[in-house]
Write a protein that binds this ligand. Structure first.
Ligand code: OAD
Length: 247
């Protein structure tokens, strides 16, 4: 694609976004890639180095909580060193200026909130939360590194990361709100996800079936690309500030 063709697509996407009264955005690991947070698939991706069944399932945690926690502690340290990038900031600014805006993320890194996003539907939980397996209490713990692995609750129970693992249900409230936003959206913007993990991957298709214009921002072709009306090839940090600046 030439630069001129890409500019035409960007302008078409800008117009759709500016005119829409209800917009939903789904972000994935790619939105944080330029902040230095590794993605899961693709070059340098976490699932190229590690097996999800060893580190991101309830069974793995039951087998070896210390190993699982060492991996999460390492990820928390990487994320703590990262700062929100222009893509996170563009989305946060947009939320403050636009009604009918729903931000849905599969990311657990908290970078949307650190950029200033106030309402984020977190489908896969939050890496800065911990949940007690004995008393069920969820709390925030932002210490890096954690002083003792695996960490324990004040009640003595084992704490687990507040994230969704493979084979687990997504938080019901966030998923329902995301589904509703997809059904009502006039424009659905998908940023930096390989769109391979269900049910998040279904949301853009739900929106499309209800008549929404689906716009994809990703440097690569994904499982969703053929269903997108506008495909913008490039990095989120470069494209989102251009797409969302219609002051
Ligand atoms: P993936 O690692 O599967 O996909 C990341 C996507 O980001 C790829 O399509 C890349 O091409 C794209 N990408 C890379 N750099 C980018 C950039 N600068 N700008 C825009 N896009 C870029 O990550 P997710 O789709 O988020 O779940 O993965 C979904 C879920 O799978 C994760 O939430 C996690 C994982 O297993 C759980 O842990 C439950």
């Amino acid at each position: 694609m030439t630069d001129t063709e890409q500019d035409i697509l960007i302008n078409a996407a800008r117009t759709s976004l500016a005119q829409a009264e209800r917009t939903a955005i789904l972000t994935g690991a790619g939105v944080s890639a330029e902040s230095g947070v590794p993605t899961f698939r693709g070059a340098g991706g976490l699932w190229r180095q590690y097996r999800p069944e060893d580190l991101a399932t309830p069974e793995a945690f039951a087998r070896d909580p210390k190993l699982v926690w060492e991996w999460y502690d390492w990820r928390r340290q990487r994320i703590a060193q990262a700062a929100p990038n222009p893509a996170h900031r563009a989305l946060a600014q947009w939320e403050s200026r636009k009604m009918g805006f729903t931000l849905i993320t599969q990311n657990v890194d908290g970078l949307h909130e650190r950029a200033g996003s106030l309402r984020v539907l977190k489908l896969h939980g939050d890496i800065w939360e911990v949940r007690c397996l004995r008393c069920g209490t969820t709390s925030r713990d932002e210490r890096v590194p954690l002083p003792v692995l695996p960490p324990h609750c004040t009640c003595g129970g084992l704490l687990r990361p507040g994230v969704v693992w493979f084979g687990e249900m997504l938080p019901e409230d966030a998923l329902q709100a995301a589904w509703r936003a997809a059904e009502r959206a006039q424009v659905f913007l998908v940023v930096g996800t390989s769109a391979l993990v269900y049910p998040a991957s279904e949301l853009p298709r739900v929106a499309r079936n209800q008549g929404a214009c689906v716009i994809e921002v990703n440097p690569a072709i994904t499982a969703l690309s053929s269903a997108a009306h506008i495909r913008l090839r490039g990095q989120a940090g470069a494209l989102l500030p251009r797409l969302l600046d219609f002051s």
